[in-house]
Design a protein around this ligand. Structure first.
Ligand code: DI6
Ligand code: FE
Length: 413
């Protein structure tokens, strides 16, 4: 087994059943009689207890996990966590028969959250996001991706990203940001997407990048948002700054967004209900992760399931996420997201658990840092009061987390 030594604060986790999510160890990477050694916030050993090197057998803290299961902490790789207001009124309209697109074309939808978001300061946006973040952390999440996209002008988009960065200073969490000014066209640019991209999206991206606010660039490729050609202009801007890209693609129709994303070597293409086999193959070839968002499928009462068989046939990597947003997925439970993915999209246990750990880390470009239990990675550990990993997906609205560890620090609930 591999390990590296770093003698700062140390802990040893014994009598623990490991779901390492290491692909080389089979489904879930299970090690029944496991041990995990931590030094200076990093995993230095994760493997069979019987193979634990003697120089790691003592530590400042030795924790008997009493046979509990341990996984990597969970990763929510697609959220709009920072936003103002809510869309309960639209939820009611949809109950009365209005469609998401009708509401959007009538000036509701994303644009209505833009008004609520732009009315708030950075501090107020942070205060509004913290309860949503805390709900995720309580379920064993340690990494969250947070998008802009409800500002739709340069200053407001930067304000959202500053709020996202602030969350990382207020909670034991890793935050990755995505610049999503290409989420919708503000009313003042209605019908003039090219001008919006030239006047706002690209200059705003340069400023956000210069301020260190951006980890990736995202967009909404859809008939009610931006075309593949328009997204290509945004992605060219990202490429010029050396930033990775991702894309909301094939959510309501097939415009070839996933193929476009793959052509830019995107980290991920997300939603994908209307993806076809060609798109799945292009993503697999490019290493672009398919991020499935069952919360939006469920909330919109979508009938077109994402093509899971085509993704499997193409060997496209699959992650899942909450897509936490006020309009189509007011969801702050990654455990429920796994249950929905299994029940609605028929993902397997392994696909669900890998989808919120290893593959979610891959979708954020941080698999070298977290997402599996193995030496050299951040000690992001989740201990669960379960008899079998299937209990993490099977239950609805129940949280079996026993303890979360982030960068080696034991987090009080
Ligand atoms: N697709 C979605 O489902 C969300 N954004 C996107 O591109 C919806 C965001 C909203 O309705 O507020
Ligand atoms: Fe989204």
């Amino acid at each position: 087994m591999n390990r590296n030594a770093d003698m700062e604060g140390s802990s040893l986790w014994r009598n623990v059943r490991l779901a390492t999510l290491r692909e080389d160890l089979g489904p879930l990477g299970v090690i029944e009689k496991g041990a995990v050694a931590v030094r200076g916030g990093r995993i230095v050993y994760a493997g069979a207890a019987g193979d634990l090197p003697s120089d790691l057998s003592s530590a400042d803290q030795v924790i008997d996990c009493e046979g509990r299961w341990m996984t990597p902490t969970l990763i929510d790789c697609h959220t709009h966590l920072v936003h103002g207001g809510n869309r309960a009124r639209e939820f009611q309209l949809r109950l009365e028969g209005a469609t998401y697109e009708e509401i959007a074309r009538a000036g509701g939808g994303i644009v209505s959250t833009v008004q609520a978001t732009n009315a708030l300061s950075v501090e107020e946006l942070v205060a509004a996001a913290l309860p949503r973040l805390d709900a995720l952390l309580l379920e064993g999440v340690s990494t969250v991706e947070v998008k802009s996209g409800y500002g739709l002008n340069i200053d407001a988009e930067l304000k959202m990203l500053r709020a996202a960065r602030q969350l990382e200073r207020l909670r034991p969490v890793r935050i990755l940001t995505s610049y999503l000014a290409a989420h919708a066209t503000p009313p003042e640019y209605k019908g003039r997407n090219a001008h919006y991209i030239a006047d706002v999206v690209l200059p705003g991206l340069s400023r956000a990048h210069a301020e260190g606010l951006v980890d990736a660039v995202d967009g909404f490729c859809e008939g009610i948002a931006f075309s593949p050609a328009e997204m290509a202009r945004v992605f060219d801007g990202a490429r010029a700054l050396g930033l990775p890209v991702k894309l909301h693609a094939e959510q309501l129709s097939n415009l070839g967004g996933a193929k476009l994303a793959a052509s830019y070597g995107a980290l991920s293409a997300d939603h994908l209900e209307y993806l076809d086999a060609d798109g799945a193959a292009a993503m697999a070839k490019a290493g672009t992760v398919a991020v499935l968002l069952p919360g939006a499928f469920y909330t919109l009462r979508e009938t077109q399931l994402p093509p899971v068989e085509a993704l499997r046939a193409a060997q496209t990597r699959i992650a899942i996420a909450t897509d936490c947003n006020p309009g189509t997925s007011p969801l702050t439970s990654l455990l429920l997201t796994m249950n929905m993915s299994a029940t609605l999209s028929r993902l397997t246990l392994e696909e669900c658990l890998a989808g919120v750990t290893r593959e979610a880390a891959r979708a954020l470009g941080i698999l070298q840092e977290t997402g599996t239990l193995e030496a050299g990675k951040s000690a992001d550990l989740a201990v669960w009061n379960i008899e079998a990993p299937a209990e993490l997906i099977y239950r609805i609205g129940f949280n079996p987390l026993s303890e979360r560890v982030f960068k080696g620090e034991r987090i009080a609930r």
